[in-house]
Design a protein around this ligand. Structure first.
Ligand SMILES: NC(=O)c1ccc[n+]([C@@H]2O[C@H](COP(=O)([O-])OP(=O)(O)OC[C@H]3O[C@@H](n4cnc5c(N)ncnc54)[C@H](OP(=O)(O)O)[C@@H]3O)[C@@H](O)[C@H]2O)c1
Length: 341
């Protein structure tokens, strides 16, 4: 058990009491069953970090790549073995201890955002990557938000520059990013077409989509209707095919691509989309989501107001993190997958 410390204490050794915790680790790359639950030291925090007692974490494709280790993920992550053995980013929990440069958070505060090694009982997190969790929002709902919610928000607002009344096409509307994207696009006042499979059609309607295309029944690139903005979350069609349903001035925001176990993952699709758009009237704007307090705070407000909800597909205990990751790897999660310590 960690003792709660006063904030801004000077002696580093007083910041946190060393203790042990359960954490998911991977010593090598491979299928999700390389994940192990270990008894390890509670991590030290840096001056701009807080130690979060994790109440819920969630799963993103970034963990799939970090653990399975396709070539592109090993560049920077460790060529033969992972440099960082802890796993997990999205989290929600209670602040347990704070570093000396932390300004606004105090022990006991309920927060959500991203940390290092969130699939654990405790995780260090930078204050700049956290926001206060509204009391009325559950830890699980909050843990579902950070990477997926911010990607949807920034993809629509900052890179897609979505405007009220625009026709927005969301390819991959039923996954982590997609479920937030449909709701946020509606909040921005757009007319939304959601692409998903048969079993998720009702979900897409319930999130507010104006039109739902079941990709198992119909090819969305052959429907004729034109869109001003496309959030391409799954990359199931080429840029040239997608052009058929885009206005000449449309913006395409490619977010992901086919998930693979080896090789280059979504990179060929993303690079192909950017290259094929050269000399065309439509703009392609790839980006990587930025995790920050301000946007997390905006999403917290929308969650608290009920404007946006987290769609949670499955919940796994920490000891079953490998199963959670394997399920994500199948590519058909409906909303988010939660991990609880
Ligand atoms: N650029 C960034 O900053 C950023 C941030 C986060 C994620 N990403 C990337 O975005 C992608 C999606 O992430 P995510 O968290 O949303 O993944 P996810 O939750 O695993 O997405 C799963 C969803 O994809 C849908 N799907 C699968 N094949 C489809 C198809 N052919 N057409 C339409 N939908 C299909 C599935 O629906 P069905 O079951 O109905 O098929 C399922 O609901 C990943 O490639 C990830 O790496 C990028």
């Amino acid at each position: 058990m960690i003792t709660m410390e006063e904030r801004n204490v000077d002696a580093p050794e007083a910041k946190q009491k060393a203790t042990r915790m359960r954490a998911v680790v991977h010593e090598r790359y491979g299928r999700p069953d390389v994940l192990e639950l270990r008894d390890v030291d509670v991590p030290e925090i840096e001056d701009d970090q807080v130690l979060v007692r994790v109440c819920a974490a969630s799963v993103n494709p970034v963990e799939w790549y970090g653990v399975t280790g396709p070539i592109f993920a090993r560049i920077g992550g460790g060529l033969r073995r992972p440099k960082i053995t802890s796993v997990g980013a999205d989290l929600a929990g209670r602040v347990e201890a704070v570093g000396r440069d932390v300004k606004d958070l105090r022990p006991g505060d309920e927060v959500f955002g991203t940390g290092s090694g969130a699939w654990a009982e405790y995780a260090p997190a930078r204050e700049a990557r956290l926001a206060v969790k509204p009391a009325g929002v559950s830890f699980e709902d909050a843990a579902a938000v950070p990477v997926a919610g911010l990607t949807a928000l920034q993809g629509l607002r900052d890179h897609g520059e979505v405007q009220p009344g625009q026709k927005v096409l969301i390819n991959g509307a039923s996954g982590g990013v997609g479920t937030f994207a449909v709701q946020l696009a509606k909040w921005f006042g757009a007319d939304v077409t959601a692409v998903c499979s048969t079993r998720n059609v009702e979900l897409a309607w319930s999130l507010g989509a104006d039109r739902v295309v079941d990709y198992t029944q119909e090819d969305f690139t052959k429907r004729g209707e034109r869109h001003d903005l496309m959030l391409d979350i799954v990359g199931s069609r080429s840029f040239f095919q997608c052009r058929r349903v885009l206005t000449p001035e449309a913006t395409v925001v490619p977010i992901g691509g086919p998930m693979t176990y080896r090789g280059l993952g979504p990179l060929p699709h993303l690079a192909g989309t950017i290259l094929k758009s050269k000399g065309r009237s439509q703009r392609v704007k790839f980006f990587v989501a930025k995790i920050g307090t301000e946007d997390l705070g905006l999403l917290a407000e929308l969650l608290e107001a009920g404007t946006v909800k987290s769609v949670i597909d499955r919940r796994y205990e920490l000891s079953r993190a490998g199963e959670a990751l394997a399920y994500l790897g199948e590519g058909h999660a409906r909303g988010k997958i939660i991990i609880t310590p």
